[in-house]
Design a protein around this ligand. Structure first.
Ligand code: DHK
Length: 152
């Protein structure tokens, strides 16, 4: 049996506050709830997870750099950094890994400044507006791209 492929799931600024942060927009699930469902789903897809959150751009970039050669793909919810960070985009491009971008909220139904994400330029696909379910769909997309089920 081939080794399970490892996916880096990165969460950017303020996502540690999920559950209590503007629940009408971001839902009632905490980041720990999302991590739990991601882990369960990843197992069924033949993936292992490295699930992380940071409020700091440089820390997220360090983790992406460390993922080169270790992770098979990346799921990223960049939080507000998606709308502002060329450096995060550059790190994702340099990783040469398949990236799926997730936003819990529908960024196209909100303020106009949220409609552009730098990160999208590095992403194979972008999922937004489906809440925590978006993370599970992102894992399915990566499993498909990586052929994880076939090799697991
Ligand atoms: C999360 C954030 O923190 C916001 O800055 C983005 C995104 C949207 C989300 O929907 O998950 O604009």
């Amino acid at each position: 049996m081939a080794k399970a492929k490892s996916v880096l799931v990165l969460n950017g600024p303020n996502l540690n506050l999920l559950g209590s942060r503007e629940p009408a927009i971001y839902g009632h699930e905490t980041l720990a709830d999302i991590e739990k469902s991601c882990r369960e789903h990843a197992q069924s897809l033949g993936l292992t997870l490295d699930f992380r959150q940071s409020n700091h751009e440089g820390v997220l970039i360090d983790w992406i750099q460390q993922g080169r050669g270790k992770a098979a793909g990346i799921v990223v919810n960049p939080g507000g950094l998606g709308h502002s960070s060329v450096a995060l985009l550059d790190a994702l491009l340099a990783s040469e890994l398949p990236v799926i971008e997730v936003h819990l909220s529908n960024i196209f139904r909100r303020e106009s400044f949220r409609r552009h994400s730098f990160v999208s330029e590095a992403a194979r696909g972008v999922i937004c507006g489906l809440g925590a379910h978006g993370y599970l769909l992102a894992l399915e997309a990566l499993a498909d791209i990586l052929g994880a089920k076939k090799d697991a």
